[in-house]
Design a protein around this ligand. Structure first.
Ligand code: UDP
Length: 244
């Protein structure tokens, strides 16, 4: 969407681990600015992935536009430059929605399953977003009991997340990538409408090369596998055709 006037970036509202959020002169909009900083294990491991901010900005916008064109409402308004995107200001629902197609990461560890084990169906998990608690896993009844979302909102969130999975899986398989798992966050607009927010990038998804199984995501950083920058550039190249 092209806005007639681009609101100026104002004061910083919030600095997270991988992004900064700035106010604009329009109270309904803010600017998200993607950083090269990387953290893992709830902030215990810190580093810099050179060029990551620009890649995650581009990849997120590309995938959110794909979702929008498939009828999924998102917070996206307009990509402003390399690192910055104008988005609708939302109040974030304090949940990480995790969709899993193949067992990996914390699920493989928690259930004692080999990473890469196929599963009979897609798994949806929720974690309560609170770093001081280590983002604990919660279920539907916790979410309703704590009033983080009501029943119809939770239904919308779970149905949208599974649709997003189908859209992304199919699209990524065309780029030779297996979507192993990923994390989504949703937010409420001032009128209460729920939209997809946050990012969809190699920081928040596990992407495996469909032929070789090579990891092309943040696991290369988490697990000290090397070739971290190259993996991020490979994802950008496969999705956007940019130079590696
Ligand atoms: N994830 C994320 N942010 C988090 C936790 C997980 O983006 O705070 C993503 C992660 O990149 C992976 C999926 O969610 O694609 C599932 O992560 P998992 O629960 O296996 O945790 P991890 O092994 O990453 O700690």
């Amino acid at each position: 969407m092209v806005t007639s006037t681009i609101p100026a970036r104002g004061s910083m509202l919030y600095e997270g681990k991988a992004k900064k959020v700035y106010a604009t002169d329009n109270p309904e909009l803010c600017v998200v600015s993607y950083k090269d900083d990387a953290t893992a294990f709830n902030g215990l491991k810190k580093g810099v992935i050179s060029g990551k901010g620009a890649i995650n900005n581009r990849v997120t916008n590309h995938l959110m536009r794909l979702l929008e064109s498939n009828g999924i409402p998102t917070h996206l308004v307009e990509e402003l430059n390399d690192r910055d995107t104008l988005v609708k200001r939302v109040s974030i629902i304090p949940l990480e929605v995790i969709i899993r197609n193949i067992a990996a990461g914390s699920l493989a560890k928690r259930l004692g399953i080999a990473e890469g084990a196929p599963m009979k169906r897609t798994v949806i998990e929720y974690c309560y977003k609170d770093d001081s608690l280590g983002d604990p896993i919660v279920n539907d009844s916790h979410i309703l009991a704590m009033d983080w979302a009501n029943e119809s909102e939770l239904k919308l969130i779970s149905e949208a997340s599974l649709r997003i999975n189908n859209i992304l899986k199919e699209y990524l398989s065309g780029a030779g990538l297996t979507l192993v798992d990923f994390k989504l966050e949703f937010g409420r607009l001032p009128g209460g409408e729920i939209v997809l927010a946050d990012e969809i990038s190699p920081d928040t998804c596990r992407f495996w090369d469909a032929n070789t199984g090579e990891k092309l995501d943040k696991d290369r950083f988490r697990r000290n596998l090397g070739g971290v920058e190259e993996a991020y550039r490979e994802i950008r190249a496969r999705l956007l055709g940019a130079d590696k």
